[in-house]
Write a protein that binds this ligand. Structure first.
Ligand SMILES: *Cc1c(COP(=O)(O)O)cnc(C)c1O
Length: 421
């Protein structure tokens, strides 16, 4: 019989449908849908306030020294081979030194595992913890990649709220209430995506004490480390590692604005050796043994990048982010259908509440975002994509001139759709 003549049931292969399911809720999936709703006849530029990648904008160009480091790593011909699965020694030691500057304990290079961006680091930690019946506590709103990854690994997810009235602090009573003997870890993202909040020292200490009481690990996503521009300084969760074991995940993607370079890390802050004793460290090594490694030349450039980036690069980026956050916060106040309960102090995002009763015929955040894309060519992320219905996440890390234009259009959109009194 000809192959083309086989019916669907006669072919022996089928796709793993869990992958199709797991990826449906990603930020990229929702943004692609919105991009499909743009009006091809609008000659104005699209204002992309949906995703967090400012690398195309002139104000956010990475440091020349970082580019030089990468080029000389390639030219040296020393990094053309495979790396070891945990990362090359010089890069591990550079990350240990970089992070130790803000910690009371000194990290060893053995505490550091190089990963393909922060994404592979969180993939590793979620996979390592995915034992049958276990559950993990995730923030709401949050970063949906955690939900997708946990779902794919059959790790049960339970959500605790971040409280908008309290500057998006963790609802610690909810954390206590949600956890049981099968809870293994809680995740925090600091500085926050999607809320732009920065946790204070005292709050982080309370998180550590709560986790300790529950016997669970804290996973701290610090991919926006040091991207703070308000009154709260960045404090790494590792500061509290003597209270509770902490796994920190991070990368150069956001602080150096090179998400395409795909270089990140997973770090165990474990002065009492608890993660080692529980088998977590060996399991992390096992995960890395059966997955791919970040490009060896980017690892080869890492010590130069972490040690020799001039401070004026960081200062300039922080100044631009602060200016952008101020502009967005002020413009939101002028648009009645938008409320921002908490001014962003870090990362690249702000969560904004929609006052839908003020609008005619717009029933939810998805509809709001779809119509805004179609009528004004402005892209913002519907809150449902990050777990908060009838909110939107706005990225302010774009060229400042885009923000003026974008908010003029959002204001026009509001006026056109406002209910007549
Ligand atoms: C961007 C982001 C990541 C992924 O970082 P990469 O280094 O690009 O893989 C992880 N967590 C959060 C909260 C992020 O915003």
């Amino acid at each position: 019989m000809e192959n083309g003549g086989l019916s669907r049931n006669q072919w022996r292969f089928r796709a793993n449908e869990e992958l199709t399911k797991a990826s449906a809720i990603t930020v990229r999936g929702v943004l692609n849908m919105l991009m499909g709703n743009l009006n091809g006849n609008d000659s104005r530029p699209v204002i992309p306030l949906g995703h967090g990648d400012p690398s195309p904008f002139p104000s956010f160009r990475t440091a020349t020294s970082a580019v030089d480091a990468l080029c000389s790593a390639i030219r040296s011909a020393k990094f053309d081979g495979y790396s070891s699965t945990v990362g090359i020694p010089a890069a591990r030691s550079a990350v240990a030194n970089y992070l130790s500057k803000d910690l009371p304990h000194k990290l060893s290079p053995d505490d550091v595992f190089l990963t393909i961006g922060c994404t592979q680091a969180l993939e590793a930690v979620v996979t390592v913890l995915s034992r049958p019946k276990s559950n993990i506590l995730l923030p709401r709103p949050g970063f949906p990649y955690y939900e997708a990854r946990a779902g794919f690994s059959h790790l049960e997810v339970r959500h605790f709220d971040l409280v908008s009235e309290k500057g998006w602090e963790v609802d610690l009573d909810a954390v206590e209430g949600l956890s049981d003997e099968n809870t293994v870890a809680m995740v925090i993202i600091n500085p926050g995506n999607p809320c732009g909040n920065v946790f204070k020292y005292e709050h982080l200490k309370k998180i550590a004490e709560t986790a300790k009481r529950l016997g669970i690990l804290v996973i701290s996503d610090e991919v926006y480390d040091h991207l703070t521009f308000g009154s709260s300084p960045f404090v790494p969760m590792g500061v509290f590692a003597s209270i509770v074991p902490v796994i920190t995940v991070g990368s150069i993607s956001k602080r150096w604005i090179v998400p395409g370079w795909r270089l990140g890390w997973l770090v165990t802050n474990d002065p009492d050796g608890i993660l080692m004793k529980q088998g977590i460290v060996d399991s992390i090594k096992g995960f890395l043994n059966i997955s791919s490694d970040p490009a060896t030349f980017s690892q080869g450039a890492l010590s130069q990048i972490l040690e020799n980036t001039p401070s004026d690069f960081f200062e300039k980026i922080i100044d631009v982010l602060r200016e952008c956050a101020n502009v967005v916060y002020d413009r939101i106040k002028e648009i009645p259908c938008l409320t921002c309960p908490s001014k962003p102090e870090g990362s690249m995002f702000v969560m904004v509440k929609l006052n839908l009763p003020l609008l005619e015929g717009i029933n939810d955040d998805l509809e709001f975002c779809r119509m805004l894309a179609e009528e004004e060519s402005v892209i913002v992320l519907p809150g449902v994509a990050v777990g908060l219905k009838n909110w939107v996440r706005i990225t302010f890390a774009v060229e400042p001139s885009y923000l003026d234009d974008g908010f003029r259009r959002i204001k026009a959109f509001h006026q056109r759709h406002a209910k007549k009194q």
